[in-house]
Design a protein around this ligand. Structure first.
Ligand SMILES: NC(=O)c1ccc[n+]([C@@H]2O[C@H](COP(=O)([O-])OP(=O)(O)OC[C@H]3O[C@@H](n4cnc5c(N)ncnc54)[C@H](OP(=O)(O)O)[C@@H]3O)[C@@H](O)[C@H]2O)c1
Length: 173
């Protein structure tokens, strides 16, 4: 579940997300809580974790696994040390670990991490909220792929703010 500018960016180059708050979305339900209820755990990259740590409040009720070769528990405030685990495993290895834990549905969050799970064929569906703004540059959601990744549109829901929620399933994942 990601919010993306019309030109394909999920954050500015400096990781800021201020552009998301330019839209009047206060009275809109983009399904974040229902989606969070539907997953067993979250996987995110260290880039996204650093952003969330900057928010102050920890927003997730599910276990969070952070992929990082540079961060450790020592980088976390003490009250979050039992809520976040770090891993350097590949997406494929993680998927097998999750299977053994009984996790069936994982929320994959971030930019680079989403691309590596997509490349591994491990993303089954994508919820993307298109935000009516062109940022011109920033951190991209999608990048080069080894081949086509065919998608099927499941739903498209426009909102008064101008945001459009798109739900795709990934064919063959
Ligand atoms: N618009 C939205 O809805 C939304 C949602 C979530 C996040 N965001 C923002 O989008 C930006 C995404 O930035 P990003 O692409 O740098 O973040 P990311 O995917 O969250 O993190 C990437 C980092 O994860 C680590 N990593 C370890 N194993 C990896 C693997 N197998 N594949 C990929 N990365 C791996 C690497 O850092 P190490 O050096 O630590 O190993 C890598 O630089 C962030 O600013 C985030 O806050 C936006």
């Amino acid at each position: 579940m990601m919010a993306m500018s019309l030109d394909g960016f999920v954050a500015r180059k400096d990781h800021t997300l201020d552009w998301l708050n330019k839209q009047p979305t206060e009275n809109e339900d983009h399904g974040f809580f229902a989606f969070m209820d539907s997953v067993d755990a979250l996987v995110m990259g260290s880039g996204s974790l650093r952003t969330v740590l900057g928010f102050g409040d920890w927003p997730y009720l599910k276990p969070v696994i952070t992929l990082s070769r540079t961060m450790t528990k020592q980088d976390l405030p003490e009250h979050l040390q039992d809520k976040i685990t770090f891993s350097t495993e590949s997406p494929e290895a993680l998927w097998s670990i999750f299977g053994k834990r009984g996790y069936k549905r994982i929320y994959v969050d971030g930019g680079a991490v989403i691309r590596s799970f997509l490349q591994a064929g491990l993303i089954q569906d994508m919820k993307i909220t298109v935000v009516p703004i062109l940022l011109g540059n920033g951190i991209r959601l999608f990048g080069e792929t080894a081949g086509d990744i065919d998608l099927e549109l499941t739903s498209a829901t426009p909102f008064p703010s101008g945001l459009v929620d798109l739900h795709y399933t990934v064919k063959g994942a």
